[in-house]
Design a protein around this ligand. Sequence first.
Ligand code: PGA
Length: 261
Amino acid sequence: MTAARTPVVAGNWKMNPADRAAATALAVAVSEATAGMAARIVVCPPTVWLTAVSEALDGGRAAAGSVAVGAQTMRAEEKGAFTGETSPLMLAGLAQYVIIGHSERRQYDNETDAAVAAKVASAIAHGLIPIACIGESADERRAGLTAVVIERQLRAAISRLERIAGSGLVVAYEPIWAIGTGDAASGEDAQAAAAQVRAILAESDPAGADEVAILYGGSATPENAAEYVAQPDVDGALVGGASLDAERFAGIARAAVEAGE
Ligand code: PGA
């Protein structure tokens, strides 16, 4: 962290919780547990719970704390014959953020670098903040390809942006081998990736690169979060499992706030 950037701590709820009441209760609990924290706190519920969660949080203006809402994916197009998909127009008023290119969508839903490029540009054009996810697999890491994969995925993700400054872009480095495994990356690995991301962004836009929040994701917990946010280029976390527990999620946010002070 550096004091110049506000930390971003986003919870990726994935396909949880199974019912609406549990989703709104979790959102409200997050709002209460993070109240007053000098961080951008985001919860990303499943699409079907976006309306309920947004209403429970009063559109991100909940009294207790201001928690923003993010979608977990969207289609780049505004409308059309895309069965099961969500348009950026539909997210207006419900979500301020949208996760793009999560490795699970790349793996299970065949989301390509080209699709990620279109979605990142579309999100920004529709006033949404994209959290663009990148990261290497275990095999790629073993083959020494971490930096190659990061570069390819990042250059693709920003390829349709005219400028970085003012775009709101957030980048999440999530090594696939660390997601949901308990085998979290080291602080040094996270910093190396984040520094590489910032350097690539700076090639086209040095000032814009300094604005971008770069997150670490992959088995982040309240116990290990301080190690990541202590790194100069890591500005927060994208949290899966630990985001389903409001107190644990708030613990990660607290670590990020303290690192930025
Ligand atoms: P995890 O998930 O924190 O459960 O590893 C992170 C993510 O997939 O965003």
